[in-house]
Design a protein around this ligand. Structure first.
Ligand code: ATP
Ligand code: MG
Length: 417
């Protein structure tokens, strides 16, 4: 391996911290062979210290974005304005970012101006938390950890780099990141130190400066976290959750979350279970959640207030399909009765309609149109409700339907409720 430019910050020898990775080594080697400095930085170093396999490797370098593009065959100028180039090596992609020195955060979101730099020390000092402010010199096996991130990691402390209040006021998203990093999944909870704790509360208004899309993408990870109940409860107490969703939530909500699997919409449904339907809509609109999340949370919220009757079970089961299990978990979590919900599981789902338009037209003389479509729906409903499996049963059903009269728009449909 080529040794590139030496960092301007002390390193301690920690050989083989990163797992062997040919594609990564190639990128670092090319940059270092040209005399640039190149380091693995941020999340990957943190994960390796914890003994976890990183999902991605971010690299920082003294090479300018143009020099990075010139050094490799296959690059994408992902965030060239902020110095980030994606480099393809083997089957992997690496984000290679030029070291920077930045000035000012006028809007609390993005630096006013980005300047390329050559100081690893400065680059690390503008990162958010000590555990994320470490870099690794792969060729020399050196860990650069000027803020004591490794020891904070090992002792389970979440600490800001520098003055917490100032760092949170530069970029409000760091508030969300702080809560996200409190949840260390199977390792439990990493508590912020007292300065960071108060800074989170004092700076919560900064969240309004951050685009809701960025807030939402962090919130999703928090809600799905293994210790979401503890982290969200703290966000609620700190006034951060109310600042995001516009409502404080009742304290007893959070313990219930711990009983749910990592199902985003189911967890959101429990979080909002004490709220009125309209308020849930207001929150979802405010968060600009994706359409699929919106409709599933609304539907699950409806389910928490509506259960099937004994006479509905087949229709309910066929309509809800695998969501019956979700419904059962939600009702159980909220302390309701799940007998009928669970009983419905004995009935089939994914049922296909036994008859088609031609079959109905032959027997009724109807032409294609709304009436034919709605009659098919009605027959299908009867088929599901009665568990019919052959056409002779459908013939009998057709005889009992007064399809010649009435408004087809009012006819029963094959769905629940
Ligand atoms: P993950 O494992 O979720 O990817 P990560 O720490 O790698 O976590 P990224 O969003 O990939 O998170 O960011 C990479 C690195 O960039 C972080 O480790 C941190 O050093 C720095 N960083 C990211 N966002 C910010 C921010 N808002 N303020 C300061 N530094 C940040
Ligand atoms: Mg990352």
């Amino acid at each position: 391996m080529e040794e590139g430019l030496l960092a301007d910050v002390q390193g301690v020898s920690l050989p083989s911290l990163l797992p062997e990775n040919e594609d990564l080594a190639h990128v670092l080697d090319v940059l270092c062979a040209t005399g640039y400095g190149a380091w693995v930085v941020g999340g990957a170093v943190r994960d390796c210290i914890l003994g976890e396999l990183p999902e991605e490797y971010d690299i920082c370098t003294t090479a300018t974005p143009e020099q990075v593009i010139e050094s490799f065959e296959d690059t994408i100028p992902t965030g060239i304005k902020y110095g980030t180039i994606t480099v393809k090596s083997g089957d992997s992609m690496f984000e290679v970012t030029t070291l920077r020195t930045e000035t000012g955060y006028g809007d609390g979101r993005r630096p006013d101006e980005v300047k390329w730099g050559s100081s690893l020390r400065i680059d690390l000092s503008r990162r958010d938390f000590t555990m994320n402010a470490m870099a690794y010199d792969y060729a020399r096996g050196l860990l650069h950890d000027p803020f004591g991130g490794k020891s904070d990691l090992e002792n389970g402390f979440l600490k800001a780099v520098g003055d917490p209040s100032q760092r949170l006021s530069e970029d409000g998203l760091r508030i969300m990141r702080a809560y996200r990093f409190m949840d260390r999944q199977k390792r439990g909870i990493w508590l912020p130190d007292s300065e960071l704790s108060s800074a989170l509360i004092d700076n919560r208004a900064m969240l309004t400066m951050v685009s809701i899309e960025r807030v939402w993408s962090e919130l999703v990870r928090i809600i799905n976290g293994a210790n979401a109940s503890i982290v969200l409860s703290r966000m609620n107490d700190d006034g951060v959750l109310p600042a995001i969703i516009g409502f404080p939530l009742p304290e007893e909500t959070f313990a219930k979350l711990a009983k749910l699997p990592a199902d985003l919409e189911a967890r959101m449904t429990i979080l909002f279970s004490g709220l009125k339907d309209d308020d849930v809509t207001v929150i979802l609109e405010r968060l600009k959640v994706p359409k699929a999340v919106f409709s599933r949370v609304k539907f699950l919220h409806f389910l928490t207030k509506n259960s099937p009757k004994q006479t509905d079970l087949r229709l309910y089961r066929n309509t809800l399909s695998k969501e019956v299990k979700t419904h059962s978990i939600l009702v159980e979590t909220l302390g309701g009765n799940t007998d009928l919900i669970n009983k419905s599981l004995q009935y089939p789902t994914g049922i296909e309609c036994l008859v088609n338009g031609d079959w109905i037209m032959e027997r009724t003389g109807l032409e294609p149109g709304i009436k034919l479509g709605r009659l098919k729906d009605w027959l299908f409903r009867i088929q599901i409700e009665r568990g019919y499996t052959d056409l002779s049963q459908m013939e009998t059903a057709l005889c009992t339907i007064p399809w010649a009269s009435g408004d087809p728009k009012e006819w029963p449909r094959p769905s629940w409720p």
